[in-house]
Design a protein around this ligand. Structure first.
Ligand SMILES: [Zn+2]
Ligand SMILES: [Zn+2]
Length: 308
């Protein structure tokens, strides 16, 4: 770049307003917030995945006592990690433990992944507590085993969750996993872990994201990527219609942000791939830069009420 070009660049930078979070230096063309990142035991391995996948910030999902680990990871990379906490909802002290976690800085509950009904008493008291504490609750919905006798999680999503959304209008729900994403299609009846083929319009997940202000969608894991790769026409339309209700997350277990070690027996096509990269690439080619930036950055900041 010569001196004239340099000055033109500076002048341009001064007059073109930059959107918050827009970071041309980032390979995705936007800063990226990963809502669904499980805390890793080795502090450095957390940052290794973020840096490898081109992710700016991540939300650490923790279970039980994790404050010291969270603090270590946060201290190593100031400003790059928020955290949620989860705890066995069948235990009598669940409310006490999660309340303390929020007092210690946790910004939400999750991931809630237990063998209980989505509208059962164990989760209902967590829904009420999340509203009281004004934090979102991230829930794993799954009706079909990946491996024999794996069990199901937060069961009954398609049948009962609308009643929950109505009963807890002050609770901010973030839906995730197989049953949540399979039900973007109206023809899903718990027959496959990751259903394929064109989406039948009118699925409950799509409908409720539109009908209920208190429901958001976490696009992480193979379930999110799979749902968005089934029907490009649906995906483009869905991302446009639900642009304020969707949040990027990875739920990726690869070591380097490039797919090393990733293996999900239920999704052979993902072997050796980074779920974060797969989903970010898919979102980027399926929507406009403005909507992309909302889903991968802006919406998470609004949800967690933190500055972008
Ligand atoms: Zn999950
Ligand atoms: Zn990865």
């Amino acid at each position: 770049m010569n001196r004239r070009e340099f000055l033109e660049t500076i002048a341009l930078a001064a007059v073109v307003p930059t959107l918050a979070g827009q970071d041309p230096a980032n390979e995705w063309g936007s800063a990226v917030f990963d809502l669904h990142f499980h805390l890793r035991p080795q502090p450095a391995s957390n940052l290794a995945h973020l840096d490898g996948a081109g992710v700016t910030k991540a939300n650490l999902l923790t279970r039980g006592g994790a404050l010291d680990q969270v603090k270590t990871v946060q201290a190593a990379a100031p400003g790059r990690f928020t955290w949620f906490n989860s705890y066995d909802v069948t235990k009598a002290d669940a409310e006490q433990v999660l309340t303390q976690a929020v007092k210690n800085g946790a910004q939400g509950f999750g991931e809630m992944k237990f063998h209980v009904a989505a509208d059962g008493p164990e989760l209902r008291r967590m829904y009420a507590l999340a509203a009281d504490l004004r934090v979102p609750i991230l829930i794993h919905f799954q009706e079909v085993d990946h491996t024999p006798n794996e069990g199901t999680w937060s069961t009954g999503f398609a049948k009962v969750f609308e009643s929950v959304l109505k009963a807890y209008p002050k609770t901010t729900f973030v839906g995730h996993a197989d049953a949540f994403w399979a039900n973007v299609s109206a023809d899903y009846h718990d027959e496959a872990v990751y259903p394929t083929g064109p989406i039948k319009r009118g699925g409950v997940t799509d409908k409720w994201l539109g009908d209920y202000a208190n429901l958001f969608g976490d696009m992480s894991a193979v379930s999110g990527t799979n749902a968005m790769s089934r029907d490009p026409e649906f995906t483009a339309d869905f991302l446009k219609r639900r642009q304020d209700k969707l949040l990027f997350g990875s739920d990726c277990s690869c070591s380097d942000g490039h797919g090393a070690g990733y293996n999900n027996p239920a999704a052979p096509r993902m072997a050796g791939k980074c779920v974060a990269r797969e989903t970010l690439s898919l979102l980027k080619r399926s929507t406009s830069p403005v909507i992309f930036q909302k889903i991968v950055w802006g919406n998470a900041h609004r949800l967690l009420r933190i500055p972008a």
